[in-house]
Design a protein around this ligand. Structure first.
Ligand code: NAP
Length: 252
C-alpha cells in the first residue's frame, strides 16, 4: 500500500523539510498552505522532479470548513490518508501577559490548538479501525516552550503548545487500540521563517545558542528526520510520547 502523508503548514520550515525528506521514503505528500501559494507549488515541483507524487492544497487551519475540505481533497488526489503531521502554527509578536488582547489570544489558540485538534478529528474519522480505516500515525508539532513556559514574553505561545502535548497524550490513549499512533515532537529553537527575524540579531542568536546545552540553534531537517521516524514503523510501540528535539533543552 502507498502511504499518503498530509502536512499542515507544509510550505515552509519544518513542514517543508519533512515533505522533502518524505519523498525518499515513498510517501505521496499533500502540502497544505495558507498564504504561501508560490512556495507550496515550488515544493511540489521539487518533489515531482525527484520522482515523487505531491499536491499543494490551500486551507486555513483555523477554519473548520477548510480543514474538512483539505482532508477530502487530499484523499481525492492521493488516496486514503495514512499519516498526518500538524506543523501549521504561529508564534505572534511577543508581549507580556498584561499586554495581550483577546483577538491575538483567540487567533493563537484557533490555529495552534483548535485547528490541530480538528485535523486529528478528521484523521481519526478516516484512519480508525472503528470507522473502517486501516490505522495510521500522527505527529503534532509542539515546542520545548511547553516544558518551561517559553522564553521571555512567550507564555501564551507556550500555553498553546502545553495544550498540544496534553491533548496528544489523551488522544493517543483514545485511539491506541484502533490502529492509530499519536506523538508530539518538541523542537527547541530552529532556524525557520518563524524565527528568522529574532535570530537575525546576532546578539539574540548567540544568547539563545548559549542557552542550549548543545550550544547551537537547530536546523529544520533535524526535526523533520525525527518526525519521520515517529511516523515510521520503527516507532511502532511508541504512542502518546513527547519527543524533545532540542539539543538538550534550554536554560533560562
Ligand atoms: N522554528 C522554531 O524554533 C520552532 C520551535 C518549536 C516549535 N516550532 C513549531 O514548528 C511548527 C512549524 O514552524 P516553523 O518553525 O517551521 O515555521 P514556519 O516556517 O513559519 O512554518 C509555519 C507554517 O505554518 C503555516 N500556517 C500558519 N498559520 C496557518 C493556518 N492558519 N493555516 C495553515 N497554515 C498555517 C505558515 O504559513 P502562513 O505564513 O502562510 O500562515 C507556515 O508555512 C509550528 O507549529 C511552530 O510552532 C517551531
Amino acid at each position: 500500500m502507498t502511504n499518503t502523508l498530509l502536512i499542515t503548514g507544509g510550505a515552509s520550515g519544518i513542514g517543508a523539510e519533512t515533505a522533502r525528506r518524505a519523498v525518499a521514503l515513498g510517501y505521496r505528500i499533500a502540502v497544505n498552505y495558507r498564504s504561501r501559494d508560490g512556495q507550496a507549488k515550488a515544493l511540489v515541483a521539487e518533489i515531482e522532479a525527484k520522482g515523487g507524487k505531491a499536491v499543494a492544497l490551500p486551507g486555513d487551519m483555523a477554519q473548520e470548513a477548510d480543514i474538512v475540505r483539505l482532508f477530502t481533497e487530499t484523499e481525492r488526489a492521493l488516496g486514503p490518508i495514512t499519516h498526518l503531521v500538524n506543523s501549521a502554527g504561529i508564534d505572534p509578536v511577543r508581549c507580556r501577559v498584561d499586554e495581550y488582547d483577546t483577538a491575538t489570544l483567540e487567533r493563537l489558540f484557533a490555529i495552534n490548538v483548535v485547528g490541530l485538534m480538528l485535523c486529528c478529528r478528521e484523521a481519526t474519522r478516516r484512519m480508525s479501525t472503528r470507522h473502517g480505516g486501516k490505522g495510521g500515525a500522527i505527529v503534532n508539532v509542539s515546542s520545548m516552550a511547553a516544558t518551561l513556559g517559553g522564553r521571555k514574553a512567550a507564555s501564551a505561545y507556550a500555553a498553546t503548545k502545553g495544550a498540544v502535548d496534553a491533548f496528544t497524550k489523551g488522544f493517543a490513549r483514545e485511539v491506541a487500540a484502533e490502529g492509530i499512533r499519536v506523538n508530539s515532537i518538541r523542537p527547541g529553537a530552529v532556524t525557520t521563517e518563524m524565527t528568522q527575524d529574532r535570530l537575525s540579531d546576532t546578539a539574540v542568536r548567540d544568547a539563545i545558542a548559549a542557552s542550549i546545552p548543545i550550544q547551537r540553534i537547530g536546523e529544520a531537517h533535524e526535526i523533520a528526520d525525527a518526525i519521520l521516524w515517529l511516523l515510521s514503523d520503527q516507532a511502532s510501540f511508541i504512542t502518546g510520547a513527547m519527543l524533545d528535539a532540542s539539543g538538550g533543552g534550554y536554560v533560562i
